[in-house]
Design a protein around this ligand. Structure first.
Ligand SMILES: [Mn+2]
Length: 230
């Protein structure tokens, strides 16, 4: 099999289209089964979260099995939508571009919590049900062969079953600085590096697309590791 894995997209529909083209071209003569894993953080920050979710909802690229994972930004968006958080953090961490792309405007002035509650109700109205179902159906991890795919990483020393969703979606230093064996190579996004990071126990592929214009795709087949990027 050949696995393609795409890092944090963050509303850059333009880059997602470019990278999809490159992947299709790259896979043209492939005889292996084709998997395409998306590592989460589809929404927020960049200009077109709505377009990114619509594209991912439209189904896999022809010939591929698509495996979209959850990122911490999808989790924040769902918490806001469900009213389990007030959204103050979310809009500060890029959620305002998601609201905007769904046509929800945060009115200036007034009580911020009241304005957010108003925005929440409007987002509930405008978010297409298939986008919401897509967000709620996202998995936290997927294991394929010797690789485990996850948005942020794992807490060292704990089994996969014992990992908390919070760590899988948010962890940084404790995971990034740990050089021990996780049993599998962990492929992750979430923490930006200018180039993909290949370590003995992990491969990080968040190249900060929303700001750098560089969206990275890791390609794995047998023992081969290579990259495509915009
Ligand atoms: Mn993230």
């Amino acid at each position: 099999m050949r696995i393609y894995a795409i890092g944090d997209i963050h509303g850059r529909l333009d880059l997602l289209h470019l990278l999809h083209e490159k992947i299709l071209e790259d896979a043209e003569d492939a005889e292996a089964a084709l998997y395409l894993v998306y590592l989460g953080d589809y929404v927020d920050r960049g200009p077109d979260p709505e377009g990114v979710l619509a594209t991912l909802c439209a189904g896999p690229l022809p010939g591929f099995v698509a495996v979209p994972l959850m990122g911490n930004h999808e989790e924040m968006m769902l918490s806001f939508l469900d009213g389990t958080t007030d959204g103050l953090n979310w809009v500060q961490f890029g959620g305002s571009s998601t609201l905007q792309s769904y046509g929800v405007r945060l009115a200036p002035g007034g009580d911020p919590l009241e304005r957010l509650e108003e925005a929440r109700l409007r987002l509930k109205e405008t978010l297409p049900s298939e986008h919401e179902a897509f967000l709620r159906g996202l998995k936290l991890t997927v294991t394929v062969g010797d690789y485990l795919f996850v948005h942020a990483g794992l807490r060292p020393g704990l089994s996969l079953e014992a990992q908390s969703p919070r760590d899988l979606l948010w962890i940084r230093e404790e995971f990034l600085e740990w050089s021990g064996d996780h049993g599998r190579t962990i492929v992750h996004g979430h923490t930006i590096s200018p180039e993909p990071e290949i370590r003995s126990n992990r491969i990080g592929i968040d190249t900060g697309a929303y700001a750098t214009g560089r969206l990275t795709c890791l390609v794995l087949e047998g023992t081969e590791i290579r990259f495509l990027s915009t």
